[in-house]
Design a protein. Structure first.
Length: 503
């Protein structure tokens, strides 16, 4: 599991903002970013070693000082706001030239502050919690959050290409946009918006710090989108992933559970506790649904059924049911295009999509109203998808990706591993073009005389660690089978060669 890196973020409040309905500056992360692309967030980033060289007046300790220095630097680099003392007289032009000094590395952050006689003061940075990224992510941060009042003479603007846009927003309205499923944000951002929405009162900081997650306890029940809980459980899965996402989809009356995947007792208990919380609020379990038959997606089915009662139904595609017939009882079969509608409000109508490729019986679930797609292992938020023949089939996989791509108004992908993806089309396109590019390289290798997956891996997969050769050969085989189905190559006695009429 990755060790969290120190980071800091700034919750920038507008000058003279209405204390009853405060305004905050939020940014939208570029859709091109692999990590949390398309998410709404606050400016911030990872700590730089030189951040700790900056003296911070009135700081309680060195650790806090380094975090404040990092927060101030990120705020300057991303939004051009200089939250220092002594810089009040600087013009916009002067601040821009300072930023240029920093960006071009003519001066380091500590040098810059010293040179222009600027000071950081801890009184300008109100501590509002420390949040640790849940362990399902390969990139984990231990992020310090600070409330900062925007200096009266400065106006923020997005400078870095990592951000698509930024704007002042009434915190309450921003939170309402999340409630309407219009935007995606991570738990600390949502917590900040919700806390500010209740007003900038004297107990504001206490409210920020009132939950254990604001004191470095990772969130387990992640609600990227209302009514969809992502609950990562530790599983014996494929690195870099260490967890599989279980999803709990609920409304007023019912709860649907997707992929309770952990074979580990403590993880099964944690999931069962979360399920119980939702049931104790008056809901009933609709059923347990499986996206596909891989062990890291079904490892906790029996334990959860034992916990909920043997009458709890498990539903899956017929091919999944068949593959699991010796291990797990599947009570109900789900067909392509089948509708699963939860009783109660808000209306949740999921449409099943049979999307083979990674596994023959793979299902995705699409909710049209909110543009949500449970993408299972067809698209994941972390690591790559293995197409391993004969279970895996590259032809089917690309067709499934195209079918997912053709869905209108997608706003989020919930994958089997890693964080949610707020850039669905960019993500699907990336998957398709990556596979087609690899296919082209493999075809070229065959045309140049490579005859076995082993030889092809050596030519196509440069910088591959020897440990990964076996897996890469399986992936190459999937591509070879697709190229053969497309009649571009053929196979004789386990040796592959290019088809003459296409050579
Ligand atoms: Zn899988």
């Amino acid at each position: 599991m990755a060790t969290p890196k120190d980071a800091a973020a700034v919750i920038l409040l507008r000058t003279n903002t209405d204390p009853i309905d405060p305004e905050v500056y939020w940014v939208k992360r570029s859709e091109k970013l692999a990590f949390l692309g398309g998410f709404y967030a606050f400016p911030g980033g990872q700590m730089d070693p030189s951040d700790s060289e900056v003296p911070v007046d009135n700081s309680p300790d060195r650790e806090t000082a380094a975090a404040i220095s990092c927060a101030a630097r990120e705020l300057f680099e991303e939004l051009g706001i200089l939250a220092t003392r002594g810089g009040e007289a600087l013009t916009v032009g002067q601040r821009t030239s300072l930023l240029d000094d920093l960006e071009s590395a003519r001066m380091s952050w500590p040098q810059l502050l010293r040179h222009y006689d600027l000071h950081l003061d801890a009184h300008d940075f109100t501590f509002a919690g420390r949040w640790v990224t849940p362990p399902f992510s390969a990139r984990r941060f231990d992020t310090w959050f600070f409330l900062v009042a925007c200096p009266p003479t400065q106006e923020p603007r997005v400078i870095t290409g990592e951000l698509e846009s930024g704007e002042w927003t009434v915190a309450r309205k921003a939170h309402e946009r999340w409630q309407r499923s219009e935007i995606l944000a991570v738990p600390p951002t949502l917590h900040a918006l919700k806390t500010l929405a209740d007003g900038h009162s004297p107990d504001l900081v206490d409210r920020f710090l009132s939950i254990p997650h604001a004191h470095r306890e990772p969130v387990r029940r992640i609600e990227f989108r209302p009514n969809y809980i992502c609950f990562p459980v530790r599983t014996p899965t494929k690195p870099p992933a260490t967890h599989t996402n279980s999803y709990l989809i609920y409304n007023s009356d019912e709860l649907l559970i997707i992929d309770p995947g952990s074979p580990y007792e403590e993880e099964q208990t944690a999931l069962a506790e979360c399920v119980d919380e939702l049931l104790n609020e008056g809901r009933s379990v609709r059923e347990i649904v499986l996206t596909h038959m891989h062990p890291d997606h079904v490892g906790g089915v029996d334990a959860l059924r034992a916990h909920l009662g043997e009458r709890t139904k498990v539903a899956a595609h017929s091919m999944t049911a068949e593959q699991l017939s010796n291990t797990i009882r599947v009570d109900r079969l789900i067909e392509d295009e089948e509708i699963i509608e939860l009783r109660g409000s808000p209306p949740i109508v999921l449409r099943a999509m049979h999307t083979p490729g990674h596994a023959r019986g793979h299902l995705c679930f699409h909710e049209e109203r909110t543009g949500t797609l449970i993408s299972g292992d067809n698209i994941v938020g972390l690591g790559s998808v293995l197409i391993d023949p004969p279970e895996g089939n590259m032809h089917d996989y690309l067709r499934s990706l195209e079918r997912m791509r053709a869905l209108p108004n997608l706003s989020v992908l919930f994958g089997g591993h890693g964080p949610a993806m707020a850039n669905p089309y960019a993500r699907i396109d990336e998957y398709i073009s990556h596979r087609l590019e690899r296919e082209q390289n493999i075809l070229e290798a065959v045309r140049e005389g490579a005859t076995t997956p082993k030889e092809i891996v050596a030519r196509v997969y440069l910088d591959l660690s020897p440990k990964a050769y076996g897996m890469a050969e399986r992936a190459v085989l999937a591509h070879l089978e697709k190229l053969a189905a497309d009649r571009l190559i053929s196979c004789n006695n386990e040796l592959w060669s290019a088809s003459r009429d296409h050579g």
